[in-house]
Design a protein around this ligand. Structure first.
Ligand SMILES: [Fe+2]
Length: 303
């Protein structure tokens, strides 16, 4: 049907879950459950599995004796079966590992190493379903995860050519936004020789009222914003950023651009767009790209 199905070795359709390491497992679990109403699906030993609903887990937290780390692994749902993906990845020279015992909720996982960072990518076709009570506070979903990479061109080629991602936008020559479904980005990559691991992780609010509810709840627990609210140029999402107890940067956002029709190639029209229609493009590094409402937080663009 679409081009990606014929060229990608494993066509990613959805961001599934992200792994974290923390020296204080209970504190990070408490952050997610108290502030954002995530549900703990499984907690045993040094692990906790949390969900926003429907899927067994969206966040996996592992206790470590070392420094906290974000994005220790990423789970991506792919189209079709793992047998075919495994064969195509190996045919193209990539090492893979197949695991049926990687953890609760994950019956079958194909592990692929991200070039340049060594981060484990967990490719899966199915994840266990869970039913959790609905919540007015909880984010609608895990939206995207952004990370530092030493080789931006290499990362972009890997995700587009091998995993079927499509290019959505670039800021300057250092920040690339890629989509695997309708949403403007589920993965973004910032070029950096000095930083590694996660840049930020983002959870979606269904609207501005929901965003306000989450921010008021965070404030009542003494979590304050580092940046925002504002509106990004690339993606046009209304954003806010704060830090979890480990210092991981957490974005809460709403109104992210959507590419409803890949054949048209432009994002669904919105009155706040700069271009009509709004096609993927390379943005100048300025306030319009970073925050059309102003100001810029330089730390968020430091690379
Ligand atoms: Fe973001």
């Amino acid at each position: 049907m679409s081009e990606k199905k014929t060229t990608a070795a494993a066509a990613v359709t959805k961001l599934g879950y992200v792994g974290f390491e923390t020296p204080d497992l209970d504190a990070l679990v408490d952050y997610y459950t108290t502030n954002l109403d995530f549900v703990v699906v499984d907690k045993a030993g040094d692990y906790a599995y949390l969900t926003t609903g429907s899927e067994h887990h969206n966040i996996v937290i592992e206790k470590t004796k070392d420094q906290p780390r974000g994005r220790t692994f990423v789970g991506w749902q792919i189209e079709g079966g793992l047998d075919d993906a495994e064969k195509r990845l190996r045919d193209r020279g990539y090492q893979t590992e197949r695991r049926t015992d990687i953890g609760p909720g994950s019956p079958d996982t194909l592990i692929l190493e991200e070039p340049g960072t060594g981060t484990a990518l967990h490719l899966f076709s199915e994840i266990d379903a869970v039913e959790v009570p609905s919540s007015w506070l909880r984010p609608t979903k895990l939206g995207h995860v952004a990370s530092y990479v030493p080789d931006l061109d290499g990362a972009q080629a890997f995700y587009q050519d091998l995993l079927g991602f499509r290019w959505s936008d670039t800021i300057g020559d250092f920040f690339v936004f890629l989509r695997c479904g309708h949403d403007h980005h589920t993965a973004n990559f910032m070029k950096s020789a000095k930083y590694r691991d996660m840049h930020h992780i983002a959870y979606e609010a269904r609207d501005l009222d929901h965003l306000q509810m989450m921010l008021d709840n965070l404030a009542s627990n003494n979590f304050r914003l580092e940046w925002g609210p504002g509106r990004h140029g690339a993606g046009h999402n209304i954003f806010t950023y704060h830090k979890d107890p480990d210092g991981n940067v957490i974005e809460l956002f709403t109104q992210l651009d959507v590419m409803a029709d890949e054949d048209k190639g432009y994002f669904e029209p919105r009155p706040w767009h700069e271009d009509h229609p709004q096609y993927p493009k390379t943005w100048e590094v300025d306030v319009a790209a970073a925050n059309s409402w102003g100001p810029i937080n330089p730390a968020m663009l430091d690379h």
